[in-house]
Design a protein around this ligand. Structure first.
Ligand SMILES: [Zn+2]
Length: 296
């Protein structure tokens, strides 16, 4: 073992006493609120930062509750990367001086187009816009650039490296955006019936129409809403009802059965997928092409 390796091994196994906002090896500690932001922060921050994900894999992020230790970690971090409106607990805990709200980096779209009963306390409604902006790769490319600038300002010694990685990441995301555009141009149907309204930005970017069964993954739709969606699905000749990994497929299955459609999984990426952001979005693209009958 070299002296350097020994040194860093010792530093990693340290007492946990460290400078506020920095790991024991001196790198800034950046907290990412949930998966797509964690992926983006890792791409842009590279080895110059230590990234911690706040939402554990497999956990639905919207209703995340923070323990005292997590609030302390978040407040001690050099930077917290989040989207205001996704997680009320995070919105309440962030230090405005040491946080980056990705929603401020892009043009947002209004929250879901229809009202649901009993959802007033849900985070989605509080900010007035749809927070699921990570499902549009072109907006993610914009966020990458702004995050690069924010990291460059927070850690001037590595400013150029942050900007370079931000540019590379933005280029990857722009290429992904072009793939979506190209493959979703000619489709038999442009209506997405989804389990919860997570795909507004994807619909906005690629000229699709989203019909969410519910606005919020935790809410059961009313019978009135279900029959409204069924009517719409029939009228638009919908052949696939989309479900997602963290939401019970029961409601979507009932609906699919009623209108004679199939179900398919469309990942809102609210939790870590089996691959990464780019591969999961490509899987989503394939699912969409098949379900909507698109020809490239
Ligand atoms: Zn959501």
């Amino acid at each position: 073992m070299t002296a350097g390796a020994l040194l860093s091994a010792t530093a990693c196994g340290g007492s946990g006493v460290s400078e506020v906002g920095a790991t024991s090896d001196g790198r800034p500690e950046v907290v990412a609120a949930f998966y797509p932001l964690q992926w983006l922060t890792e791409q842009v921050g590279g080895s110059d930062v230590q990234v911690t994900g706040l939402t554990a894999p497999g956990v639905e992020p919207h209703d995340l509750e923070l323990g005292i230790q997590q609030v302390t970690d978040l407040q001690n971090a050099a930077l917290t990367v989040y989207v205001k409106g996704v997680q009320p607990a995070v919105d309440d805990a962030v230090d405005p001086e040491k946080s980056f709200d990705a929603a401020t980096a892009v043009t947002t779209i209004p929250a879901g187009g229809h009202e649901h009963e009993g959802e007033e306390e849900h985070g989605h409604d509080e900010v007035g816009y749809d927070p699921h902006l990570w499902l549009d790769p072109s907006r993610m490319a914009t966020v990458a650039g702004k995050l690069g600038e924010r990291l460059a300002a927070a850690d001037a010694a590595h400013a150029q490296a942050y900007r370079d990685r931000a540019a590379t990441t933005a280029a990857t995301l722009t290429a992904l955006d072009q793939e979506f555009t190209k493959n979703l141009t000619t489709c038999r149907s442009r209506t997405l019936v989804t389990a919860h309204e997570a795909f507004g930005y994807l619909a906005d970017r690629y000229k699709l129409k989203q019909v969410g069964i519910t606005l919020d993954p935790e809410t059961e739709p009313s019978p009135a809403r279900l029959s409204e969606v069924a009517k719409l699905a029939r009228a638009e000749g919908v052949t696939t009802i989309f479900t997602e990994a963290l939401v019970s497929p029961k409601v979507a299955e009932v609906l699919a059965n009623e209108v004679g459609a199939k179900t398919a999984v469309l990942d809102p990426l609210e939790s870590k997928p089996s691959g990464d952001y780019v591969s999961a979005m490509r899987d989503n693209l394939k699912t969409l092409q098949t379900a909507l009958g698109c020809t490239a």
